[in-house]
Ligand binder design. Structure first.
Ligand code: CMP
Length: 143
């Protein structure tokens, strides 16, 4: 079954949106298979956002994501990568549809509440960066 990496960013944690965000994905029908509240080190932030290292906002991005705790999650389900991206809304909250997470709760592109993997390759890479295999659960009965 497909998995994706989602993360409530420091602004979402500070604004007490963890429960609301988890609830949306639960109600949609996806399964939470891993979760942790954590502080991101500068090294992890730089690795996670490596593809943006040449962008002018890279320093700001690293400063922001390390500014407070994040809630890192792995979700599982049919087409979860694309569906979660649609539920999050466009990266720029001004373009995110009302009803989406960013459309409902964010104003600034730098503080856009949630991150989600954009492809199967990113999902595998990001899950591996944030979680050990044994930190993910299975809903199948253990034998
Ligand atoms: P995210 O999906 O976490 O991946 C990269 C992040 O870069 C993106 O969300 C935005 O929060 C951030 N970002 C994109 N464009 C800008 C920008 N112009 N200024 C600051 N941050 C940006």
């Amino acid at each position: 079954m497909e998995k994706t990496f989602l993360m409530v960013k420091p602004d979402g944690v500070q604004r007490a949106l963890i429960g609301e965000i988890v609830s949306r994905f639960e109600k949609k029908g996806f399964q939470l298979v891993g979760a942790k509240l954590m502080n991101i080190s500068e090294d992890l932030a730089k690795e996670h956002y490596g593809e943006h290292k040449e962008r002018p906002f890279f320093g700001e991005l690293v400063d922001f994501i390390t500014s407070g705790p994040v809630f890192a999650m792995v979700w599982e389900g049919k087409d979860v990568i694309l569906t979660a991206r649609n539920m999050m809304g466009k990266t720029n909250p001004a373009e995110a549809a009302p009803g989406s997470i960013r459309g409902d709760y964010a104003v600034q592109v730098s503080n856009n509440i949630i991150h989600g993997s954009d492809s199967a390759e990113s999902a595998e890479r990001e899950i591996g960066l944030f979680f050990k295999e044994e930190e993910l659960v299975s809903y199948d009965k253990a034998v």
